[in-house]
Design a protein around this ligand. Structure first.
Ligand code: C2E
Ligand code: MG
Ligand code: MG
Ligand code: MG
Length: 286
């Protein structure tokens, strides 16, 4: 069968894949209709408090249920969505979906968690970001204390974004810096900007127990974050060695396959219902 399909026999898509020109054009065209056709969906990955094992938050991660290609990861379409500007309506859809989902979980009596949404640079350029966030919070009835927005260092560095950031902060939501330490940037924005949290990029976490330089950089990040009263989370934690290094060095929160992979809303609801912090910490020692 695979042979008959010839060049229509598409590869499995993942975030590491770089689609070629023909594929990109096809993705671009079908992405235009993805929102209307209800093909986009949001998965959620738990964020765990290191000391207690409690679930403090969830990161919302978009997926695309492509009619022909199956479940696509953001690595195969987010860049295209940004280039075409489609990220603006898509980003709005994500925000609305996540806020109403979170509100429904609370109404169903689940323990309250913060939900983090990734923002793209194009959404900032739109300039109507904070009124939009305010409208969605009002419309869904979600307490802003339960919403977090993730921005990148390059977005935080640009002074034309600073007004918008200040406006967002006034809504009492949490703002975090994603993929911290991976871009060529200065630390001085941490001093001026209303940022609450930094997320150590997976590339540093990978080096724990293997590359002393990565460990040194992580320890410096932990020190800076805590001295500045910022919460610090480590991304991409996959091994117990990584966890125990982060625990020993007082990292606040952890997100990674060691605890949970990103999962559908239904699966997350189940996890939130039966989650036991002690069991979670015991499980990973395995
Ligand atoms: P990110 O915000 O840095 O998200 C973390 C990525 O690391 C996710 O990939 C997640 O599935 C993956 N991950 C989590 N734990 C582990 C682990 O232990 N090991 C490994 N190897 N990977 C782990 P995903 O879901 O493919 O998302 C990729 C990127 O796409 C995100 O990186 C984010 O930059 C972007 N993205 C996702 N959803 C949205 C969205 O709604 N809007 C925008 N603008 N960007 C999004
Ligand atoms: Mg993120
Ligand atoms: Mg990240
Ligand atoms: Mg990223």
């Amino acid at each position: 069968k695979a042979k008959d399909e010839g060049k229509n026999n598409y590869r499995i898509y993942d975030s590491s894949l770089n689609p070629d020109a023909e594929e990109r054009l096809e993705i671009k065209n079908s992405l235009r209709h993805a929102v209307d056709r209800n093909e986009l969906t949001v998965h959620y990955q738990p964020q765990i408090e290191v000391g207690s094992g409690r679930i403090l938050g969830l990161e919302a991660l978009i997926r695309w249920n492509h009619p022909k290609r199956g479940l696509l990861m953001p690595g195969s379409f987010i860049a295209i969505a940004e280039e075409t500007g489609l990220i603006v309506p898509i980003g709005e859809w994500v925000l609305r979906t996540v806020c109403s989902q979170s509100k429904r979980w609370q109404e169903a009596g689940l323990p309250p968690v913060r939900v983090a949404v990734n923002l793209s640079a194009r959404q900032f350029a739109q300039n109507q970001l904070s009124p939009l966030v305010q409208d969605i919070l009002t419309e869904t009835g979600l307490d802003p204390a339960h919403l977090e927005l993730e921005i990148t260092e390059s977005m935080a560095m640009q002074d034309r974004n600073w007004n918008t950031l200040a406006e967002l902060k006034q809504l009492n939501i949490t703002i975090s810096i994603d993929d911290f330490g991976t871009h060529y940037s200065s630390l001085s924005y941490l001093k001026h900007l209303p940022v609450n949290k930094i997320k150590i990029d997976r590339s540093f976490v990978n080096g724990i127990a293997q590359e002393p330089k990565d460990e040194a950089i992580i320890m410096a990040m932990l020190l800076v974050a805590h001295r500045l009263n910022l919460t610090i989370l480590a991304e991409g934690v996959e091994t117990y060695d990584q966890f125990s290094f982060l625990h020993r060095n007082q990292c606040d929160e952890i997100q990674g396959y060691l605890f949970y992979k990103p999962q559908s809303a239904e699966q997350i609801e189940h996890i939130l219902r039966q989650h036991s912090p002690e069991e979670t910490l015991n499980r990973i020692k395995g």
